[in-house]
Write a protein that binds this ligand. Structure first.
Ligand SMILES: Cc1cc2nc3c(=O)[nH]c(=O)nc-3n(C[C@H](O)[C@H](O)[C@H](O)COP(=O)(O)O)c2cc1C
Length: 188
């Protein structure tokens, strides 16, 4: 079965990024994929150190990316780019993890632009030989368009996250399906 992982680059307990990724991941599951959510708010991943080998959960997380045929990547826009939380994860994973992997990009923003963030993700994923799909999702004003379903550790976290803007919801679901399609193609 095709495996799709999602990596959420926000440490917020009530993250709109994680919620939007869950919408994409559910669409991937509906398209027949096995799914896995890597929530960087809930892992032990110290600041990358080039002189160290395994650190915290790094080996298990790298294995989850390596075993995925497709990866949905989501980050909040921070200072016009991606979050330091995501950047740290990015430094741990290289082409061993991403080669032959379809990658779909998603960014959530406040009132500003998500364009630079998506470009930074795209160019840095090229660096690790990932196959980024052309379709991408940017959500401006995410706090008013994404219902998170509650913090990950709250009892209410079982309620499904929702994107209230129909066009954005469709774009996000399409991202999940497109990553499945290309992941299947790359598996051969
Ligand atoms: C440190 C920091 C920097 C931010 N920089 C920007 C920015 O440059 N442009 C923007 O539109 N929003 C910016 N935001 C707002 C976040 O991108 C926005 O609230 C996002 O949806 C948060 O995602 P989350 O709910 O998954 O944490 C910033 C937020 C923080 C905390």
């Amino acid at each position: 079965m095709t495996r799709i992982a999602a990596v959420s680059g926000s440490r917020s307990a009530d993250s709109t990024t994680r919620a939007a990724l869950r919408v994409a991941l559910d669409a991937a599951a509906d398209a027949g994929a096995e799914t896995d959510l890597i929530d960087l708010a809930a892992v032990d991943l110290p600041l990358y150190h080039p002189d160290e080998g395994a650190q915290g959960d790094s080996e298990a997380l790298k294995r989850r990316v390596r075993e995925a045929d497709g990866v949905l990547v989501g980050t909040p826009v921070y200072r016009g780019s991606y979050s330091s939380t995501f950047k740290n994860f990015h430094d741990f994973c290289g082409s061993d993890e991403y080669e032959h992997t379809a990658v779909g990009l998603l960014a959530t923003a406040g009132g500003g632009s998500y364009g630079g963030t998506l470009e930074h993700l795209r160019s840095t994923f090229r660096n690790v030989h990932a196959w980024t799909v052309p379709h991408e999702v940017g959500i401006q004003g995410a706090s008013s368009k994404v219902e998170t379903g509650g913090p990950a550790d709250a009892a209410a976290s079982d309620s499904a996250p929702r994107i209230t803007d129909d066009d954005l919801r469709r774009r996000t679901e399409r991202l999940g399906r497109i990553v499945v399609e290309h992941a299947e193609r790359l598996r051969g």
